[in-house]
Structure formats: structure tokens, C-alpha cells
Write a protein that binds this ligand. Structure first.
Ligand SMILES: Nc1ncnc2c1ncn2[C@@H]1O[C@H](COP(=O)(O)OP(=O)(O)OP(=O)(O)O)[C@@H](O)[C@H]1O
Ligand SMILES: [Mg+2]
Length: 252
């Protein structure tokens, strides 16, 4: 039987008078790659912060590995839009910062995780010596170093150019296939959501609630240019903009 990594049951969030999330219920099985899309301000980051214990929900239940989330733990790794590396520390020292002081074999762990993101030669470099994509790879290596049970990614490639994004998406897909860590990715980019996610959750505008969950055919993770990919992408576009005044089809 598949184990549930994350359970959200009737989760709502209110900041004073502002209702940000409304009645979110979702089960994420262990090892799944789940993409979440929604317009700016619909509560995506808030949802991720709640799952990671950085924020508390106003109503409902959040369980990670069957345990109610009360605060951040090493079971959960975060990657944000900006890499958040400390500029005065080397790549090696930045990754070690994420490790528990008592963790044995730290050099080996740093090496293994840098290899995973293809940056083993940059151990002694400083963040300013890296490109945006490389710095984001280090941020991923740092988040993975503790071998979290779940990895939460909040628009991790949002600040990168379109070509680098595609390379990074592929790198992340390969890491996920190797490591099988449960991953939840927030993105504005529908193609990114389809390429990476086994399911895509479409959130409504604020207060964010689940509009639809779309299952993604496996072929979309292999070929980005085929009919199946474009049909799946278009289905999500339509879902995303259904209630808005956006032209989606030719009026013939
Ligand atoms: N700590 C806070 N206190 C008060 N309001 C907040 C707080 N955090 C977020 N909000 C509000 O909650 C709403 C949702 O914010 P959130 O950052 O979750 O949106 P988002 O979907 O991640 O947006 P974006 O796509 O632009 O990153 C916004 O209106 C924001 O102003
Ligand atoms: Mg956000």
C-alpha cells in the first residue's frame, strides 16, 4: 500500500480579514512529484509554508508522514525562488550549514549532493562566482543534503532565463527519478508543471481553493514537443483561465 507523505484536510488560512486559502484537501502519496499552479497572490507560497511548518493554518489539519505539522523539521526541505546562499561562505560551507552539526561524514555528503546537481568541481567557489542556474543547483543540493522526506519548491526557476529553466527542469526530474523524494513544486509556468508533475493541482484565485487536479500522462515527462504534451498543456490553460476574459481558442 502506498504511504501518504502529505495530507491536507480542510485547510484554510486567514491573515486578519484576508482569506487566503479556503478548504484545501489533498493527499500526496510518498514519492509523488506534485505541481501546483495558480495566479499571483492566490496563496501558493502560504500553502507551501504551511506544509513546511513555517506558517500555521487557521483551520483544518496538515500531516506530514502522519504527524501534525507544528514547526519546521529536517523532514522537509525548502528551495525558494532566490537561492539564499550566504555570499561570504563557499559552496561547501553553504551546504554544510543545512546539515545537523552531529551528522557524520559531512564531506562525503556534500560531495554526493554536489555530484547529484552536477557541480562537484565548484566545492570551493563562492556564490558570486556561480551563474543563477548554478547557484540554484547549490540551493537544491543544500536542501537535499539532509535527505528530507519531502522537498518543497517555491518557483525555484522563476528568476532564470527560459533556456536555463529547461535544463534545470530536466536536472530536477533526473534527481527525482534517482532519489524518489516526494516533491511539491509551485510554479507559474504551465509547461514546467506538466513536464515535472505526475499531477497538477490548479488553484483558483484568492482565496485559493482546488479548482481541478489533472493527471499527467507519463509521456509528457519524456517528450515535451508531442501532441500529448500540448493537449495536456492546453487542457490546463483552459482550466486556468476558464472564468477569465482571455482568448484561448480561434473563434471560427
Ligand atoms: N504574513 C502575512 N501577513 C499578511 N498577509 C500575508 C502574509 N503572507 C501572505 N499574505 C497575503 O496572502 C496572499 C497570498 O500570498 P502568497 O505569497 O501565498 O501568494 P502566492 O500565490 O505565492 O503569490 P505569488 O505567485 O505572487 O508568489 C497575498 O495577498 C499576501 O499579501
Ligand atoms: Mg509565492
Amino acid at each position: 500500500m502506498t504511504h501518504t507523505a502529505v495530507s491536507l484536510r480542510g485547510v484554510s488560512k486567514q491573515f486578519d480579514d484576508l482569506s487566503v486559502l479556503s478548504d484545501i484537501s489533498l493527499e500526496v502519496p510518498e514519492g509523488e512529484f506534485l505541481s501546483v499552479i495558480g495566479v499571483s497572490g492566490c496563496g501558493k507560497s502560504t500553502l507551501l509554508r504551511i506544509i513546511g511548518g513555517l506558517e500555521q493554518q487557521t483551520a483544518g489539519e496538515v500531516l506530514v508522514d502522519g504527524v501534525a505539522v507544528k514547526k519546521p523539521t529536517r523532514n522537509t526541505g525548502f528551495v525558494f525562488q532566490d537561492h539564499r546562499l550566504l555570499p561570504w561562505l563557499t559552496v561547501e560551507a553553504n551546504i554544510k550549514l543545512g546539515l545537523d552539526k552531529k551528522t557524520p561524514n559531512q564531506d562525503e555528503i556534500v560531495q554526493q549532493n554536489l555530484e547529484l546537481v552536477g557541480l562537484q568541481e565548484f566545492l570551493g567557489s563562492y556564490p558570486r562566482q556561480l551563474s543563477g542556474g548554478m547557484a540554484q543547483r547549490v540551493a537544491i543540493a543544500r536542501a537535499l543534503a539532509n535527505r528530507p522526506k519531502i522537498l518543497l519548491l517555491d518557483e525555484p526557476f522563476g528568476a532564470l532565463d527560459a533556456m536555463t529553466r529547461i535544463h534545470m527542469q530536466q536536472a530536477l526530474r533526473e534527481i527525482w527519478e534517482k532519489e524518489k523524494i516526494t516533491m511539491i513544486l509551485i510554479t507559474h509556468d504551465i509547461e514546467e508543471a506538466v513536464y515535472l508533475g505526475e499531477r497538477v493541482v490548479v488553484l483558483s484565485s484568492r482565496p485559493g481553493h482546488i479548482k481541478k487536479i489533472v493527471d499527467i500522462p507519463h509521456v509528457c515527462h519524456v517528450i515535451r514537443t508531442g501532441t500529448e504534451f500540448s493537449e495536456t498543456r492546453d487542457k490546463i490553460y483552459r482550466e486556468f483561465f476558464r472564468d477569465e476574459n482571455v482568448a484561448l481558442d480561434y473563434n471560427i
